[in-house]
Design a protein around this ligand. Structure first.
Ligand code: HEC
Ligand code: HEC
Length: 322
């Protein structure tokens, strides 16, 4: 049977409604994410990237690191509606998780960076995030002999500390923060007990109602842009990147992996709970009213998307003074 799922004016998908085919749109999380040929992973590079991820040296204030907003103890987010950055100023958008970002393309709510490497240099320079300059960051790192030695070992050359290499190391670390083995993954691999009856019903609804049209693939995002009216959003989203009229108010589908940990929700953090997020999606993405029971089942399914958190040792940063 073929079913025409039109979830928004600009987005129709013809799907076979046999649930096994639909389930095929969602894969277990692969053990290893895609790794670009020009940024191979080595343990030393990952270690360096981890240090940089935690180091406020990369910020203008020397007070904010990537981990300030992407806090590993809270699903690599900040649990704030919108991020607080340099000078405690509030940015316009909610902090997405870095967990499994290695499986997502493009990066950012508006997709303005194609890769993790491209993404990493954005926050260092953003006024509402770390407010440093790349030259300044390179200069600061060069004042720490331990870092220079590590960059030399990992990248070689006379001047190994470059913005490009900073980005490569951070991206290599980010490719290690993935969360396999969620109840959904175990279910997809054949363990039918892995989902509770509610969550299993929720997974069926997730497919039948059409959530899966946008939330698919290993990270449960299609990497596409969609216009969905979320409460209070005034952000032009993808339009800021393309200046295409049809992109106004559209945002890249976020991952749903670990979504139980990464509240609040939506590009502007306007939705506090998972239940409310499901209701908003039913209404605004699918133009349908989900019954309270359906919402509960889908919520149970979303709660089954929490995987094994990456385990790593907290880095000890160079203690030199600038
Ligand atoms: C002040 C808080 C803050 C800091 C510091 C910060 N981020 Fe972010 N991060 C955000 C916000 C907010 C977004 C979404 C911005 C947007 O989409 O416009 C984001 C987006 C991302 C994304 C994209 C995820 C996705 O699903 O598209 C990645 C990856 C990321 N940050 C990694 C980093 C790294 C690496 C650093 C350090 C170099 C860093 N962030 C520093 C708040 C922060
Ligand atoms: C047309 C594509 C599309 C469909 C269909 C869709 N979503 Fe979404 N979903 C999105 C986009 C895009 C966002 C981000 C919206 C924004 O912030 O502007 C989102 C956000 C979410 C969020 C919040 C995630 C976060 O981290 O902020 C949840 C939860 C969610 N969707 C669940 C669902 C469920 C459950 C369904 C089915 C009832 C569904 N979605 C249907 C595209 C879609």
């Amino acid at each position: 049977v073929l079913k025409n799922i039109c979830v928004s004016l600009s987005f129709c998908l013809v799907l076979s409604v046999s649930s096994s085919t639909l389930a095929g749109l969602i894969e277990p999380l692969p053990a290893i994410p895609p790794i670009p040929a020009d940024n191979t992973m080595t343990p030393e590079k990952v270690e360096l990237g981890k240090m940089l991820f935690f180091d406020p040296l990369l910020s203008g204030s020397k007070w904010i690191s990537c981990a300030t907003c992407h806090n590993p103890a809270m699903g690599f987010t900040d649990r704030l509606p919108r991020a607080l950055g340099h000078g405690m100023s509030e940015g316009p958008r909610n902090t997405p998780t870095v967990l499994n970002a290695a499986f997502i393309k493009p990066q950012f709510w508006d997709g303005r960076a194609a890769t993790l490497e491209e993404q990493a240099l954005g926050p260092i320079q953003a006024d509402v995030e770390m407010k440093h300059s790349l030259e300044g960051a390179v200069e600061d790192i060069n004042k720490m002999p331990e870092y220079v030695e590590m960059f030399r070992k990992v990248f070689g050359g006379d001047k190994p500390v470059t913005p490009e290499n900073i980005a490569k190391a951070i991206a290599a670390f980010e490719r290690t923060v993935i969360t396999p083995d969620s109840p959904l993954d175990r279910y997809l691999e054949g363990d039918v007990q892995a989902l509770s009856p509610e969550a299993a019903r929720g997974f069926q609804l997730f497919q039948d109602k059409g959530c899966i049209a946008c939330h698919n693939g290993p990270a449960l995002t299609d990497g596409g842009f969609h216009i969905i009216k979320v409460p209070g959003s005034v952000d032009l989203g993808r339009y800021n990147v393309t200046k295409e009229e049809s992109d106004k108010y559209s945002f890249r589908t976020p991952t749903l992996r670990n979504v139980a940990l990464t509240w609040p929700y939506m590009n502007n953090g306007s939705v506090a709970t998972l239940r409310e997020a499901v209701e908003v999606m039913g209404r605004e993405a699918l133009h349908t009213n989900l019954s309270p029971e359906e919402v509960s089942d889908i919520e149970a399914f979303l709660n089954a998307l929490t995987g094994d958190m990456p385990r790593f040792e907290y880095p000890i940063l160079p203690s030199g003074r600038l």
